[in-house]
Design a protein around this ligand. Structure first.
Ligand code: FAD
Length: 431
């Protein structure tokens, strides 16, 4: 790959321009296929059994991918997913967690084998890209830009993922792999069994209360963190940041923020718009993420000591805040307000847990386990790593192994790998 980049760099300018046009055309072609309307399918109906080897509470990104991974690794294991919302999910205006980086991308495209979906139905990403602040931020070309430039063939692919579209595909696929899937069902309680006795999970479907037994209970309920809360394991992170975001039915092309020749010339192919673009400022950053369904995800992450959440916690204030701090995005949004599809804000997004795996056959995955900070888009990395550990624990247990040592090792490994430098941010004083 290094070789290809070197060879591109060595081409005369005219030939590079021809190559750039060809690559752009190919990418636009691919992206217009990805933009084609999706007809989302519903997962197959499932007849509830009395007991399962594994019950996964929550069928979002982490729960669905774990179900698929478990069924592939342990085809003899019975797996049930119980999810509170109804599928299919809406495209674009569904969840954050749209930018993948290399570990998560590898988990999705190679470990789980969804390369075709990711290449054809999502957008190939042009890496992470950062713009440092300059003056009133009205001139993007004057900002220092960090990211892949014209030699842009990235050796390890990553993707911008429309979460609704991805989860719809995963839900159908989990059924095809043999996992039972119940949507529109809310888990209300769980009674953990001791000494090998099954756990008892209580959930509601419509007005009906149902129970199911499980050897393993997995909490994949996201920020609801049903089991983590029940066991009193929640730990507040000392990294205090807030976020708000929306999706706008508009493909935002950051190249169009300037006609500066040097700025445009740095990316011969115009691929800048496919990066996860971070607009950095004092005490905040703003993300711009293009989605295959034609929308753009726009989010603000900010330190409340400089930018209180109250300044951007609804669409009107979000736009006012952008006008002041990132006016190019603010103008664009104001001119396209009728295209805003959703809005959400969360306070103190970082959280963690005392423990994530137990020898008593339960585990926390995805957001139900922990989340640190979205700056480098690590959420899916942690899902990939956590799910792989849980698959190994279940495999070991079903084979009659003793879990104690494995659990202790993996628990400390997972928790240690998520202790990030940003946790020190609360100790940084603001000049
Ligand atoms: C501001 C922000 C930006 C982020 N950006 C990125 C990013 O760019 N890249 C990245 O990789 N990650 C990112 N993340 C993290 C990412 O959002 C999470 O890692 C990911 O969504 C977690 O998936 P999950 O399946 O654990 O939880 P969710 O996707 O929240 O799924 C939980 C599921 O559980 C169900 N559920 C909840 N309660 C119950 C119940 N009682 N019974 C049954 N079902 C229930 C819900 O219906 C839902 O389907 C970001 C997070 C934040 C806060």
């Amino acid at each position: 790959m290094k070789d290809i980049n070197k060879r591109i760099a060595a081409l005369p300018e005219q030939r590079r321009a021809v190559l750039a046009r060809l690559i752009s055309k190919e990418a636009e072609g691919r992206n217009s296929v990805a933009n084609a309307d999706e007809v989302p399918a519903r997962p197959a109906d499932h007849v509830l059994q009395e007991a399962y080897d594994v019950v996964i509470m929550g069928g979002g990104l982490s729960g669905l991918t774990l179900a698929i991974q478990l069924r592939r690794a342990l085809p003899q294991a019975s797996v049930l997913i119980v999810n509170s919302t109804k599928y299919p999910a809406p495209e674009a205006a569904h969840k954050v967690g749209e930018s993948s980086v290399e570990i998560g991308a590898h988990y999705f495209d190679t470990v789980l084998g969804f390369k075709e979906h990711l290449e054809d139905r999502q957008l190939r990403k042009m890496g992470l890209r950062f713009f440092s602040p300059y003056g009133d931020n009205r001139d993007i070309a004057a900002r220092v830009e960090l990211g892949p430039f014209e030699n842009h063939i990235l050796p390890i692919p990553s993707y911008q993922i429309d979460r609704g579209r991805f989860e719809n595909m995963l839900a159908v696929h989990a059924g095809k792999e043999g996992a039972g899937f119940l949507d529109d069902c809310r888990v209300r309680d769980i009674t953990l069994g001791e000494d090998g006795a099954p756990h008892l999970i209580e959930f509601t479907r419509g007005g009906e209360t149902l129970h199911v037994k499980a050897r393993w209970a997995i909490d994949a309920t996201g920020r609801n963190a049903l089991l983590r809360r029940k066991l009193g394991l929640s730990k507040q992170s000392d990294h205090n940041v807030n976020a708000a975001w929306l999706r706008v039915k508009l493909p935002i092309n950051i190249d169009q923020f300037s006609d500066d020749r040097e700025f445009l010339g740095r990316m011969l192919t115009g691929f800048r718009q496919y990066s996860t673009n971070h607009l950095m400022g004092r005490g905040y950053w703003v993300w711009l993420i293009r989605l295959a369904s034609g929308s753009t995800s726009v989010g603000i992450v900010a330190d409340p000591r400089i930018h209180p959440l109250e300044n951007f916690n609804n669409v009107e204030r979000f736009n006012d805040w952008l006008d002041q701090n990132e006016p190019l995005v603010g103008d664009l949004l104001r001119n396209n307000r009728s295209l805003v599809q959703d809005f959400l804000a969360i306070k103190r997004l970082a959280h963690t847990s005392e423990k994530v795996y137990s020898k008593n056959r339960w585990a926390l995955i995805g957001d139900a386990a922990l989340f640190t900070d979205p700056l480098y888009s690590p959420g899916s990395d942690f899902i990939g790593m956590g799910n792989t550990i849980v698959t190994e624990l279940v495999r070991h247990d079903l084979a009659g192994g003793d879990l104690a040592e494995h659990v202790e090792y993996y628990d400390s490994l997972y928790l240690a790998s998520s202790t990030t430098p940003p946790s020190a941010s609360s100790r940084i004083s603001i000049p």
